[in-house]
Design a protein around this ligand. Structure first.
Ligand SMILES: [Zn+2]
Length: 166
């Protein structure tokens, strides 16, 4: 094998950064349309009226979590294929600084996958996707998971004593 034939492997972090940048470069509308087109089963209720579903509000999170939603949807689609279960999102939003992904009836593994994605979200800045922590707004009323830069920009307190996990 010549030197040129040695495969160049991307480090997983590089892959993640590339995916994240591509997702963040999309507008919310583009992301919304891409998700509904790519996962028509999971987001079948996206355009139903609000009397029927909270999915009518779309993907109610900032761009920094788009790749988490993408990966979760791939995993849920796979779960549907493996088990034949119909998994449909009923609401996607942020609550108490974390991702919430609600569905109709789901498999145990599907719930685990959702729980894993929700757990990931509280270590990822909702704005830019970098390492983040769930911080309180001035006055402590709102919680949002943000990186240090966005904490400063959006006036959330960054708790220096909590070092978190990378
Ligand atoms: Zn950020």
């Amino acid at each position: 094998m010549s030197e040129q034939e040695v495969p160049v492997e991307e480090h997983p972090w590089q892959v993640r950064d590339r995916l994240r940048k591509a997702m963040i470069a999309m507008s919310s509308d583009e992301f919304d349309q891409m998700m509904c087109k790519r996962f028509p089963g999971i987001f079948a209720d996206r355009n139903k009226p609000m009397s029927e579903t909270c999915m009518c509000w779309g993907f109610d999170v900032d761009d920094g979590w788009f790749d988490i939603l993408w990966m979760l949807s791939l995993a849920l689609e796979d779960e549907s294929k493996q088990t034949g279960a119909k998994i449909e999102a009923s609401q996607v939003k942020e609550k108490f600084g974390g991702l919430r992904f609600y569905t109709g009836p789901c498999t145990d593994r599907g719930y685990d996958l959702i729980s894993m994605a929700e757990t990931l979200s509280v270590r990822r800045c909702e704005v830019c996707g970098k390492y983040g922590k769930t911080c309180s707004s001035e006055g402590g009323y709102w919680l949002k998971t943000v990186c240090k830069e966005h904490a400063a920009l959006l006036k959330y307190g960054w708790k220096a004593e909590d070092r978190g996990n990378r």
